[in-house]
Unconditional design. Structure first.
Lengths: 279, 293
């Protein structure tokens, strides 16, 4: 029942094109809408053909925001800072803790590991109120630090690095010790370079995780100058009546671009890291 | 799996572990302990002191029909979102796994939505399906369908389910595709030689071989639908109209942050924690080796 090679698999193409359109259509619609007259959108005269001569709305929202929000460049900056800080911070402290658990023997080693591991069962959503109390105890409400520091403790990343480090052959460590390398030297010169691909993959996953946060910034900040782009856009759509829709659509496009670019550009690493790491 | 060779030293490993342990202690254990404590207490009439009340808050919670409604709604929501997102992803993965022209491009075009935030999927759905601004939403109303998810509860539920499932398809697609690729070609070839065709081959050979991936994804999707969809639901409906899209997490937020009912919202948090512990236990019972190897 082998299909002749010269006849394309039309059915597969049709299904996949429908799938691609299911995701591309809303984004295309929003892009096309961003280039059109807001009153026309309000009347329902939205054309699916973008007016490429009318991209000035992008400069306008980037520099001035819309309907009294912060300028979009500022919200993008907060999101970018938060995403990078979360990704870097998580990787940094997880590498250190996994390294200690794998390459040393000390009392309460297993206890320390389990203490980190159990946090898998405590997502932000289940400790909304008490976390707020703790955050205000540390004076972290309405601070940039508050947006990222509490999110960097990570059981998943520690588990992943523990797995990667355990796979490093004993011979490498023995050779390094014979050459007189201390633990920090071994970490810097051997362990980090051999884990490069895992770190890159995890960075993509965590960057997207950080960029996409909504509940956390909503909880710990009421200061508009700390609005992330995701918080900002939800505020914009909340005022349904007198909305400058093309400006909101342009903001939506700008909010999507950075994480999508990171995922597409690093697709190969990211897919491998996701399917190997999280299983 | 323990190493034969390790470094000596007691102080260094503790220093290396300290940042992770301190953050865990301050931002995980402390709030969790606080939640348990507040769930067992209540403020006195003057709002001055905390009074220990045992399990009263839990008793009130389980006597509250609104809470039970929300729990049932959440289960229904989670299962619908998971099944919908997994079925679409599996269908796409099966076809993307075939040897066809442009498969690399198809993959990229199906993987990029991984980057969309839950709250952003709400924004995109609003532009498509809002009865006043959305293209399809207006079209439906012009053609005699009274579509308005801001007023109609079932339509609101359909809307938040679709938006939540839509966002999760690409994640499932990545895992199903990886699962399909790890099935040895020889097995599929053998089935082909035995004359098993298309749907039958999928049902009797491919799908059973995918079951570890399917189970893993089911757990991940249920957790996603229960917790990560807060942004989607809150941005689209805030749990409304009325309470028609109020899941347990939305309810904790409404009761705790907006209505400031600390006792009840803490008890709800503790119930959710037990839920997560249960799901994690199930996950490890069946997949422990894969996760901890």
């Amino acid at each position: 029942m082998r299909r002749p090679l010269d006849r394309p698999d039309y059915f597969a193409h049709i299904i996949l094109i429908l799938g691609v359109m299911l995701f591309a259509f809303p984004v295309w619609l929003v892009f096309a809408g961003s280039t059109q007259d807001p009153d026309a959108i309000m009347r329902g005269d939205l054309s699916l053909i973008p007016d490429l001569t009318n991209l000035s709305v992008y400069t306008r929202v980037l520099l001035h925001g819309t309907m009294g929000t912060e300028p979009v460049w500022h919200m993008l900056l907060i999101s970018f800072g938060m995403a990078v800080a979360i990704a870097t911070g998580k990787i940094f402290i997880s590498v250190l803790s996994a390294y200690a658990v794998v390459f040393f023997r000390f009392p309460f080693r297993q206890t320390a590991f389990w203490l980190i591991f159990v946090t898998l069962m405590l997502p932000v959503e289940v400790r909304i109120i008490p976390t707020y109390a703790v955050m205000s105890g540390f004076a972290l409400i309405n601070t940039f630090t508050g947006l990222w520091v509490p999110l960097i403790a990570s059981a998943t990343a520690t588990l992943l690095f523990r797995q990667v480090f355990t796979a490093i052959p004993d011979e490498l460590l023995e050779a390094a010790r014979i050459d007189g390398a201390g633990p920090l030297r071994f970490l810097r010169d051997i362990v980090l370079p051999v884990s490069g691909a895992n770190i890159a993959a995890l960075f993509v996953i965590l960057f997207v995780y950080g960029w996409n946060q909504y509940l956390w910034p909503l909880l710990v900040s009421t200061d508009p100058s700390l609005d992330t782009i995701v918080i900002g856009i939800v505020k914009m759509i909340g005022q349904e009546t007198q909305t400058d829709w093309s400006a909101v659509m342009a903001t939506a496009v700008l909010a999507l671009l950075p994480p999508v670019a990171v995922v597409v550009l690093m697709q190969r690493w990211f897919v491998a890291g996701l399917t190997e790491g999280e299983k | 799996m323990d190493r034969r060779t390790v470094f000596n030293g007691r102080l260094l490993p503790v220093v290396l572990l300290l940042p992770q342990l301190l953050l865990t202690l301050f931002f995980f254990y402390w709030p969790a302990a606080e939640a348990v404590w507040s769930s067992l207490t209540t403020q006195d009439a003057f709002g001055q002191d905390w009074v220990f009340v045992g399990l009263d808050n839990f008793q009130d919670l389980f006597d509250d029909p609104l809470y039970l409604d929300s729990a049932v709604r959440t289960v229904f929501f989670c299962l619908s979102v998971s099944v919908l997102a997994m079925c679409i992803a599996l269908a796409l993965a099966v076809f993307a796994d075939r040897q066809i022209a442009g498969r690399g491009v198809y993959r990229t075009l199906l993987i990029w939505p991984y980057a969309i935030a839950p709250a952003m999927s709400a924004v995109l759905f609003l532009f498509v399906l809002n009865p006043r601004v959305g293209l399809l939403g207006r079209w439906l109303n012009r053609h005699g369908v009274a579509w308005d998810y801001t007023l109609n509860g079932s339509q609101a539920m359909l809307m938040v389910m679709s938006a939540s499932a839509w966002k999760q398809v690409s994640y499932n697609f990545i895992f199903f595709l990886a699962g399909l690729q790890s099935i040895p070609r020889a097995v599929i070839e053998a089935a082909r030689m035995d004359g098993a065709k298309g749907w039958r081959r999928f049902r009797t050979i491919t799908f059973p071989l995918l079951s570890p991936t399917t189970f893993f994804l089911l757990v991940v999707n249920v957790v996603y639908a229960a917790f990560d969809t807060f942004g989607t639901i809150y941005a689209l409906t805030q749990g409304g109209p009325g309470k028609d899209t109020e899941t347990l997490v939305i309810k904790v937020f409404r009761d705790g942050v907006i209505n400031q009912d600390i006792g009840s919202s803490s008890a709800q948090s503790v119930v959710l924690m037990l839920g997560v512990i249960l799901i994690t236990a199930i996950q490890f019972r069946f997949m422990g080796k894969r996760t901890l190897s």
